[in-house]
Design a protein around this ligand. Sequence first.
Ligand code: ANZ
Ligand code: ZN
Length: 728
Amino acid sequence: MEFKPYDPKAIEPKWQKRWADSHVFEAKNDYTMPKFYGLIEFPYPSGQGLHVGHPRSNTAMDIIARKRRMEGCNVLFPIGWDAFGLPTENYAIKNKVHPAIVTKKNIDHFREQLQKIGFSFDYSREVNTTDPSYYRWTQWIFLQLFKHGLAYKSEMPINWCPSCKCGLANEEVVGGVCERCGTQVIRKVKKQWMLKITAYAQKLLDGLDTVDFIDKVKVQQRNWIGRSVGAEVDFALTVPGEKVRVFTTRPDTLFGATYMVLSPEHPLIDKLKDQITNYDACMAYRAEAAKKSDFERAELAKDKTGLQIEGVRAVNPVNGKEIPIWLSDYVLMTYGTGAIMAVPAHDTRDWEFAHKFGIPMIEVVAGGNIEEAAYTDIQDGVMVNSGFLDGMKVAQAKEAIIEYLEKNGLGEKKVNYKLRDWVFSRQRYWGEPIPIVHCDKCGMVAVPEDQLPVTLPMVDNYEPTDSGESPLSVMHDWVNTTCPCCGGPAKRETDTMPQWAGSSWYFLRYTDPHNANALADMDKLKYWMPVDWYNGGMEHVTRHMIYSRFWHHFLYDLGVVNTPEPYAKRSIQGLILGPDGDKMSKSKGNVVDPLDIVEEYGADTLRTYVLFMGDYGAATPWSENSVKGCKKFLDRVAGLTDILSEESVSDELEMKLHRTIKKVSSDIENLKFNTAIASLMTLINEITAEGHLSKDDLTIFIKLLSPFAPHICEEIWEFIGGEGLLAV
Ligand code: ANZ
Ligand code: ZN
């Protein structure tokens, strides 16, 4: 019998069907087996279908999942759909179809595409964030947060996208513009649902010491949480009985504070309206500042603006000196106390500001040249002009001044975090309804848990309203309800949750996707959790990864899950760039469609190529030539069947074969897929040169290759009379 010519189009659908029919990739309910839970970021089923990033991240985890199965593990490698969100809603509005219909169509398309690439997902556990039986539990988690005071409504300045007519979290504002549509984001005061993620700042930091995340992920999360240790200090004002509190990381420089800066939104300005003699100018400055996002104010504002408050001055608590108070938008109301003591000799921003406005400087740490620049060193400098601190090093002076402030009731040590509470409401239709009812008598009332889910009404019109209210607000039949508390007339909350909600716990649902009584059964969670290995992109480190860790810590505190951290290990794949080395984008016309590659060369070639193309963690340009090279390699693998003989390879080659087993195995564990494939390529050259190999040799070879190119390997396995499937 002869091996048919290698034709991916013929063999790939055949094996995909056999895998599906035999349910080989479904996780088993045998809790005595060692388990492995491998996770990829579940896709957003966009109308465009898969892009090349999906195969790169999915194939890597697919290889690990297939390897673990061969090693005897009970593997959970699930897939699902992160399906709420703006692009679907916008498409639905434009084309006048319901988002639920668009979503279903997109999911079917995505599933079909994924199946064509031969991923070993357990499709029996699919979750879909827009399914009421799923979002029932998203709403349930929200209610627990609400009941524990971690979900609250607050009038607050938020990032507002005038084009999406929607509030955005800080994480969704990139370079001052809306991440989705690129419109300049403005600040707007609105009542928003907030989640108190800040209450978990320290736990989120400490948890990082207990997990195996690639370093750059830990660093980025630590910076995002931004712990900073300093002091709060009270400055009296020249208005009797009034004072202002500042937050500083450098209380040691207190003697060098030559002015104070308030954020333009600081409430003190309103309070001292009668004492401030240029109040109107202050209000005008505030109005200007409101047009800028925090990002612009903090990061971009190179040329500082400011306005001195007239009629009121502050008093430095350590030396009784009066100093002027300024307004400037580089001080944010959303950090610390919204007020700072400015030390131009030792802080670069203050130095620039003082320079521009001719404010004096006092050197309090000797060692630099403050004529030229702020001296910010904290290692070598020695305190001067600072009374009882003189002669100390910075670290020592810090402790001494904090002790002094605390003793004299002027302030205290304080830890701050950059992390902000999470703006959790969206004024859009296609999201989870927030399960709260507003009653005139009872206030905000949680929808009783046995009434969940609060489902989205099926309506024809869900366009955003011009008032900035959610489209749900005009659906009166849905909005008007009865109060669960007093039975009187009440109104439903009309804001919906952000897309980050459904993805904050989806990995829990995979362990028990059809459970109607709990988000997941504790015994199943105990077996499967934590996720052993989560692979994904760098773009999710400060949003999805922090949000989901926060929810998980909270659920752990509630006793609903069994570990504080959801993910034991996190790795990252590099971006695939266009053939020109630029980021792939439609406008540049350099986008490669992975399904075109499957069509032309086969899924095994695509899979092999996206891992062979370069260092897995690095951005790598697409190369059609190298795709062809991978196809040729697989042609040669198929050709091994032509040189099968009774005779094994030489002893020397036998040793190489065994060395390759070790190398491929350890390379996979270290995500060095490119060198694993390269060593298989070298091996095949040597086998071909020798001219023959035995069935046992070939078996070893295809077992090694099968996680990368599973279809061709199954075909060969069948050809040589292997029993059952190679995939287990
Ligand atoms: C005086 C001082 C002297 C400062 C010095 C620094 C250097 P972190 O926490 O590391 O970001 N600051 C405080 N609140 C602020 C706000 N709401 N908006 C803008 N800036 C603010 O840095 C905290 C430092 O940033 C604080 O310490 C304060 O300036 C400023 F030689 O106080 B410092
Ligand atoms: Zn009521």
